[in-house]
Ligand binder design. Structure first.
Ligand SMILES: [Fe+2]
Length: 191
């Protein structure tokens, strides 16, 4: 008698989604870092830095989404200008999100990714679902920027103390410098 053929994963998918609801065992637990990684930063230091970076990541994802909300909902005499400006800043924040997430993976950690986890982690206050006037939108964005700028400068110092100048550079050269420029553009609308 022939042994029954084993179904391959590809065959199962082709056969109509037999792999749906597949419960896999995690290959790495959130909050841990790979113990061995030859980048000359010890695992404990990397674990501390990853935790800080996940905070900045959650806050940057929130700021990114706040820009898109305001891009869609803005109204008033400066509509066109702000509509374009908010989207430009959204694009720049999206770049930062990818840079931060990939830095976390580079350090052997696991980056936050999903909205549920971001909502539980961010320090930026939740805005209402309602439409708000442009001045309120800008004030909300400035507050969010200030939260990120404050924590980034502190975290950059901690990363340096842990011998992680790469993370220090990313936080200052990318996140802080981009944030400061965006604050400049927003702030000129309200002075
Ligand atoms: Fe758009």
């Amino acid at each position: 008698m022939k042994a029954p053929k084993k179904k391959t994963a590809a065959a199962a998918v082709a056969g109509g989604g037999a792999l749906l609801h597949h419960k896999a065992i995690a290959t790495q637990e959130f909050g841990t870092v790979r113990r061995t990684l030859p980048i000359a930063i010890d695992a404990d230091a990397r674990q501390r830095t990853v935790q800080l970076l996940n905070q900045v990541l959650a806050d940057t994802m929130t700021l990114r989404d706040l820009y898109k909300k305001h891009h869609w909902q803005v109204s008033g005499p400066a509509f066109y200008q702000l509509h374009l400006l908010f989207d430009k800043h959204f694009e720049e924040q999206s770049e930062l999100v990818d840079t931060l997430a990939e830095r976390i993976q580079t350090l052997g950690g696991i980056s936050l990714a999903m909205a549920h986890d971001v909502a539980e982690t961010t320090r930026i206050p939740r805005p209402p679902r309602d439409r708000e006037e442009a001045a309120v939108q800008i004030s909300r964005l400035l507050e969010a920027h200030q939260i990120i700028l404050t924590e980034c400068r502190e975290f950059a110092r901690q990363a340096s103390e842990d011998g992680d100048e790469g993370t220090n550079d990313l936080l200052i050269s990318d996140v802080v410098r981009t944030g400061e420029t965006q604050v400049w553009f927003l702030n000129e609308h309200v002075v």
